[in-house]
Each structure stands twice: as C-alpha cells, then as structure tokens.
Design a protein around this ligand. Structure first.
Ligand code: SF4
Ligand code: SF4
Length: 441
C-alpha cells in the first residue's frame, strides 16, 4: 500500500466539497429531440463534417474528421438524419461548425463497429486514435497523441482520480460503477507500453473508491492506489505530479520529460471500454447540480445533447441566474442553453439569483493570500498588474504561462480582485507572444 513517497508539499485551499450526488447511481437520460455535434470538441484542429445535410448516420458513425495530427474524430451517438450544418457561437468569442442530427429512435449501430485488435503499443495507440477519446477531465487533449510519445524514460503512469472540484462526482461514479473497465484500461496500457507502475491518485474524501480499487487491483503488483489529502486544486497536472512523485515539470516542458504520463480516470476507463466493445466515445456522464436544480444527479447523456434538455430532465426549481459548464472553480458560464454537452464536459451547474453573488471589488490590501495559496507559487496580484500595463516582459518574468487557471487566487482574495480572470488573459497573451517569437526565430 502506497501513501506519500516523500513529504507531500501542500498548497491550495480547503473548499466545501458539496458532492451531494456522489452516492447516487448514474441515471441514463433518454435520447434528446436533437443532437448538436460541434466539430471542435478537443485541443487541436477542428474536424470537417463527413456527412452532408439529409445524410443518414448510425450509432458510432464517424461524422467529423480532418487530416491533421492534433485532432480527434467525432462520432454520432444516435442513428438518424442530419438536418442541418450550422455555426455555433460561444460566449468567449469562438465559433464552430456543428452537425444537427434528428434521432430516429432505432439506435442502429454502424456496421463498421468492431472490437479493435491490439497486439503491441503501436496498435494500441492506433486503436485509441480511432476511438474519439480525449482528456475527459476537461482538458480535451487527444488521448492517442498523448500516448504517442517516447516511452524510454517513462516509469510511472498516473491516473488522476482526485476530482478536487466541488460539486463534481462523475469521476467518482466511474470508479464505483466501472472499476473493471478502469483496471482493464490500466493493465493494457502497462502491458503494451512496458511502463512499470501505475498509481491511481485519489483524494482521501473518497474512502469507498480507495477501498474498492485497492481490493480489485490487489492481484497486480504494478498497480496501486495513492491517497492524497483533499485540497484544491489537487487534480491540476503539475500539482498532482509533484505531490505524488516529487517531480516538477520544467517550464515549457511536459510530464513525459520527467518520466510520467497522466490520464484522467474516466479517460482511462473509456479506453478499457472501447477495447471491449469497439464503440467510440459517444456518451458521457455529467454531474448536474446547483441550487436551481430540482433533482441533482449524475446523468449519462448522448454527447451533443442540448444543455436545456439536460436541465429539463433534472428539473428546475426556478429560472437559473447562472448556468456553468464544469465545476464552480474552473467552469465556464454558459448563456446559450441550445448549446450541447461536448465530450470533455463533466459538470453542469445551475444557480439561483440568490446564490449568484455579484462581488464588489475593493482595493488590494496586500495580504498576500493569493500568493500564499497559489499551487504553482505564482504571484497573481503582480501578474494582474503587469497584465493591466500590457507588460509582456514582466509577465514572462512572473511566469504567467505556468498558471493552471485553478481560480484559487480569486477564491481567497478578500478584496474580490478578478485575479483568476486576469491571470487567464495574461497567460493567453504571454503564450501568443511566445508563439510569435518562436515563429520569428
Ligand atoms: S495564479 Fe493561476 S495557478 Fe495560481 S492560484 Fe491563480 S489561477 Fe491558480
Ligand atoms: S489576496 Fe487580494 S487583497 Fe490579498 S494580496 Fe492578493 S490581490 Fe491583494
């Protein structure tokens, strides 16, 4: 049994967990009236629609593909007809093409669906490439691309089951309801890659999952459960890596540079499921919560289900003041309820007028709480000042690009300064500048 390999360095904060849905079985939502499938549900190049208007699709039909390396194909979760190909506009200014599919209710499976043959690591990566699996914890990075790396220095495959965001319990339900596919995913990854060990990293507020997975992994000495203290943002990749292995990723580097791979727990379980069935990623579980929700629960939905239909399924006590996709710390406000649940979404929160406080910002009192609690040891208030002055050199010195956008600085600030927002913008500005410089060089 593994506990800490070294004295765990703690930063971050205690936040009320509010995981009231954790012990409720996942409910499968019936098919919605329509499916809206954006062509960019991942980090990388947007897919191109592979079916035209009025075209027929089956469950598992590839409807989005592009000839690019950094991308992940998109598959239909229903059988039915494409009724429209339209533009979607997001609240952050981005836009995307989307296929709208009307389900026929038959759920006919695409005849091309077959269990993939995996005989070595290259065939495993190739199989995952055709699965549509991306980082399901919210990152959306194509999973096959993460796997397609030089394995020679990698000794640890971490499975991120921290789920440190308040409210969210979809990863927890995955561990409790599908520990078999999770362990199958881990075992095949270890078998094919030759990586020596895998640690399933779980916060200590999930004792049932810790016990269950320890019991089920007992026959494989390569797999263990690593218990972490429940502190936010324990699940951020740099934080979990440091707290489990004691290693730090160099600036501009990747986890693989320090011998580790890190997959979200539902992503790993989805690999196990895909290798069993051959059905690509077409459904996912999301936690639906918030004080405006009548029946908070974990719901398994067809990817592309409109947000409004999920809210209707769970019931609304009142018109929500704010709808958030993701968790309360890192989630994004959603104003368009016709927008769909996409494959990297793990939470849908709806809050009443009463709960959504409009913070009054006051002057910084120089208490240093934002600096003391930043898990990456950044100085958020200095980053904010540099960003307001458009001081890119200052942002570079302050290493704003390392921000993991966890929101802790805003949460702890007594002056209600919009620190997380400004560090997010600062990070984007600095990264754009770095890309520009690389282009010139
Ligand atoms: S600066 Fe970034 S990493 Fe640090 S607390 Fe704020 S949001 Fe989190
Ligand atoms: S936490 Fe807020 S008040 Fe305190 S130093 Fe940071 S910005 Fe200023």
């Amino acid at each position: 049994m593994l506990q800490a390999l070294h004295p765990v360095e703690l930063k971050g904060v205690h936040i009320p967990h509010n995981k009231l849905t954790a012990e409720l079985e996942t409910v499968r939502m019936p098919l919605p009236s329509k499916i809206v499938l954006p062509m960019n549900q991942h980090v990388g190049a947007a897919c191109v629609p592979q079916v035209g208007r009025r075209g027929h699709v089956d469950v598992g039909t590839c409807v989005g593909h592009v000839n690019a390396r950094m991308t992940a194909d998109i598959f239909s979760p229903v059988s039915g007809q494409v009724t429209e190909i339209r533009d979607l506009h997001y609240s952050d200014g981005r836009s995307d093409r989307a296929l709208v599919i009307k389900p026929d209710g038959e759920q006919t499976v695409d005849p091309s669906i077959a269990v993939p043959e995996v005989t070595d690591y290259a065939s495993l990566v190739e199989a995952v490439r055709h699965s549509g699996i991306v980082g399901l914890g919210g990152a959306g990075f194509p999973t096959w691309l993460k796997m397609d790396c030089d394995l020679s220095g990698i000794d640890t495959w971490l499975v991120n089951a921290a789920e440190c965001e308040p409210y969210l319990s979809s990863d927890y339900r995955e561990m409790m309801e599908h520990p078999d596919t999770l362990l199958e995913g881990i075992k095949v990854c270890l078998d094919m890659s030759g990586v020596k060990r895998s640690l399933i990293c779980i916060e200590d507020n999930k004792p049932k999952a810790i016990e269950l997975l320890r019991e089920m992994a007992a026959d494989d000495p390569r797999i263990d459960v690593f218990v972490l203290p429940a502190r936010y943002p324990q699940g951020a990749s740099r934080v979990i890596l440091r707290n489990v292995t004691g290693r730090s990723v160099p600036r501009g580097g990747h986890l693989t540079d320090v011998g580790a791979l890190l997959f979200n727990v539902t992503t790993m379980s989805e690999i196990g499921r895909y290798l069993r069935t051959g059905m690509p990623l077409v459904r996912r579980r999301i936690t639906v919560m918030g004080d405006a929700i009548e029946r908070p629960q974990n719901v398994e939905v067809a990817i592309g289900t409109p947000i409004g239909e999920v809210l209707e399924f769970c019931g609304l006590k009142e018109e929500p003041r704010k709808v958030v996709i993701g968790g309360p710390m890192m989630g994004v406000t959603q104003v368009e309820l016709d927008a769909p649940i996409v494959r990297q979404n793990s939470g849908l929160l709806a809050f009443s007028h009463e709960l959504v406080e409009r913070p009054q910002t006051t002057a910084c009192i120089r208490c240093s709480a934002c600096i003391d609690n930043c898990p990456i040891h950044l100085a958020p208030i200095s980053i904010q000042k540099a960003y307001y002055k458009h001081d890119l050199e200052g942002l570079d010195r302050l290493m704003a690009d390392l921000c993991v956008e966890c929101g802790t600085c805003s949460y702890v600030c007594p002056a209600r300064q919009p620190l997380a927002q400004s560090t997010r913008f600062a990070r984007a500005a600095l990264r754009a500048e770095q890309r520009k410089k690389r282009g010139r060089g």
